[in-house]
Design a binder for this molecule. Sequence first.
Ligand code: NAD
Ligand code: WQD
Length: 373
Amino acid sequence: MKKTILITGWTGYIGSHWVVAFEQAWYKTVIVDNLVNSSLKSLDWIEKILWYKPDFYNVDLRTSLQPSPLEERGQVEKINYIDWKEVKWNFSLEEVFKKYGFDWVIHFAWLKAVWESCEKPLEYFDNNIVWTIKLFEVMEKFWVKNIIFSSSATVYDSRVYEDKNFSWAVETDLTWNTTNPYGTTKFITEQILRDLSSFSGFRVANLRYFNPIWAHESWVIWEDPAWIPNNLLPYIMKVATWELEKLKVFWWDYPTIDWTWVRDYIDVVDLIEGHLKSYEKITSPQPSPLGEREQGQFEVYNLWVGRGISVLEMVEVARKVTWKEISYEIVERRSWDLAEVYCNPNKAKKELNWEAKISLEDSLKNSWKFYNK
Ligand code: NAD
Ligand code: WQD
């Protein structure tokens, strides 16, 4: 009997990869999204890979009522690209739970732009915390207590990254002093889930990642040519295709090989594998003492490569892969930016038997196949 998994926020950059991975791993996925930061083009892409569309519901977690029709939210253009009549529109979360007996929830639905969270903190607290609690209430009401939570390295205090000996058991240290409202929404939700695992029997795989780089060469999703990317890699790729003139490097004052700032870029395919491994880990039978409170579980894992790559190192790899110049200029830093963000993935390696395997060069080669079409 196939396990049925609810994936929230699935049409986004990360979630849509997960739908394909879990469907191909013989799970039935049911997917909800309000399309605030995505397009139904993801359904096209998924159908091209799976040869069918999973059940999609237009659900806005921020209302227990039916969300307003897309037309009223100015999103009608998002439904022109597919036979949208197949899409089930304007459902409440409870109606979806009533319809399916979910075994698991994977919670991706989030407002995730760090810069925007600094400008609209209350919108982020409302969307990401208040209504995630609504999701947890509905889960408990329907006795669905297994969840993979898509957390983030932004929960970490910046001091974690200053210790290059990786002496921090980072899954457990220094997570209270977040540096932006987005990170705060992740940290608070983690604490809620920790308590739900202690007192309400929730079983939680809490996964922290930072810089996924998409590398699914079959990704044929539509991209608006006018789209100006926020993230480093898509920006570099658009410079390589001459859609953008040059890369703006946000400052260089950090003691790396070229003084530019450092991140841990992980291929999205490796990330998916980490989610599947954590799913297996949490669903493995656990001894639950009879008569005691329902046994909950809360496991935290860094899904990281454990390798810091500077901005100009990324540019160099991109030049090698694309055979393009990729010009850049140094500009002022972004106020919310941390100079260096990468940690050790040792706990996931040891307990999930998982580690990132795809090289940065291979990731960029796959990305270039898409951008150079
Ligand atoms: P995304 O914005 O592409 O996808 C998020 C999806 O959630 C969007 O499709 C959006 O429409 C939907 N959504 C947001 N609020 C909603 C609501 N109230 N009701 C229903 N749907 C709603 O983001 P992503 O990059 O795919 O990230 C997915 C998850 O992974 C997020 O939780 C994010 O915080 C986390 N994450 C992302 C990164 C990254 O760099 N992309 C890194 C670490 C963690
Ligand atoms: C990477 C590096 C920039 C663009 C990401 C996600 C965010 C959050 C945290 C979830 C930095 C530099 C970038 C450019 C540049 N995810 N850069 N010029 O800031 O690490 O944030 O992880 O938890 O949602 O976006 O990613 O790709 O924006 O920046 O110099 O045009 O590249 O300074 O050092 P970031 P990014």
